[in-house]
Ligand binder design. Structure first.
Ligand code: AMP
Ligand code: MG
Length: 267
């Protein structure tokens, strides 16, 4: 999985990252089914442990182009975890109140507490992506944000938050198919908006904005992973693997009861 991680300071050229990659699973989806199921199960156990231990905090940031699979990832990868300890926060166009504050204000209040996993469906990175591409702020404003973001994430990490950031990498052709499916299937139409077509036209601008963001904000304390995402099953497998590896790296254990419970008999 290490080769999906963006190295700090790396100059990212997304055309060199293959969105069709399927790693060791050349046989495809069926071959990966068992691996995914056991990762899913392991994730459920690790989340339970994280919650019980009530010590660590995990923040997962998901970013992607429209139809890149953020919603699907959340549904599939986290399908077995206990909702009590997991929260999803989706960041939309900022409200008037949010815009009246600095751009990290709305984000900070949702970061995970001890024992929690929080998934950001979009994030503060929109403030160097859509804001840059649509010129919602001048360059002098958004260019400073990479440093702010690194400092902000550093502070979260220093205070006990583990941070994983995933860019779900699809290509233009895959987006075309997914948009078409949204138009063709009545139960998917709600996901389609005409604005998505405008954004599709801005694809090269978004790619450039992503390349900068990934290179400038992948740090030792909050790494970015470029996840091959044309194949949904492989995308889910990569993310589940990284989550499991990261949580296992925390060496968690169930808390000891305060009293000696050995002699207790329930009448
Ligand atoms: P969706 O994820 O499809 O529900 O769309 C949410 C929309 O909100 C996307 O078009 C984002 O680009 C937009 N959005 C999220 N954060 C910001 C932000 N900070 N500034 C402007 N637009 C944003
Ligand atoms: Mg959308």
């Amino acid at each position: 999985m290490e080769h999906y991680r963006v190295k700090p300071g790396e100059v990212v050229d997304l055309s060199r990252w293959d969105p069709n990659d399927k790693g060791a699973f050349q046989g495809g989806k069926d071959e990966a089914e068992d691996a995914f199921r056991s990762l899913n199960k392991r994730l459920e156990e690790l989340q339970e442990l994280l919650y019980a231990e009530n010590k660590n905090k995990l923040l997962v940031v998901l970013q992607a182009m429209d139809s890149g699979g953020k919603d699907g990832t959340i549904r599939r990868v986290f399908e077995h975890v206990n909702p009590q300890g997991v929260k999803v926060v989706s960041f939309k166009v900022p409200s008037a109140e949010e815009l009246a504050h600095d751009y990290l204000w709305r984000v900070h209040q949702h970061v995970p507490a001890r024992g929690e996993i929080v998934i950001f469906n979009r994030s503060h990175y929109e403030d160097v992506l859509v804001v840059r591409v649509d010129q919602l702020a001048p360059p002098a404003v958004w260019q400073k944000r990479y440093d702010h973001i690194n400092a902000f994430e550093r502070m979260l990490a220093d205070e006990g938050t583990t941070i994983l950031k995933f860019y779900l990498h699809i290509d233009l052709e895959e987006q075309k198919e997914r948009f078409q499916a949204r138009l063709d299937e009545p139960h998917k139409r709600w996901k389609f908006s005409l604005g998505d077509l405008e954004k599709r036209k801005q694809w090269p601008d978004y790619i450039r904005a992503y390349e900068d963001a990934l290179g400038k904000t992948s740090t030792d304390w909050a790494p970015w992973y470029v996840v091959p995402a044309n194949r949904k099953w492989y995308r889910d497998l990569v993310i589940a693997t990284l989550l499991v590896e990261t949580l296992e790296g925390l060496h968690m254990s169930y808390p000891q009861p305060e009293e000696d419970l050995d002699g207790i008999v329930i009448e």
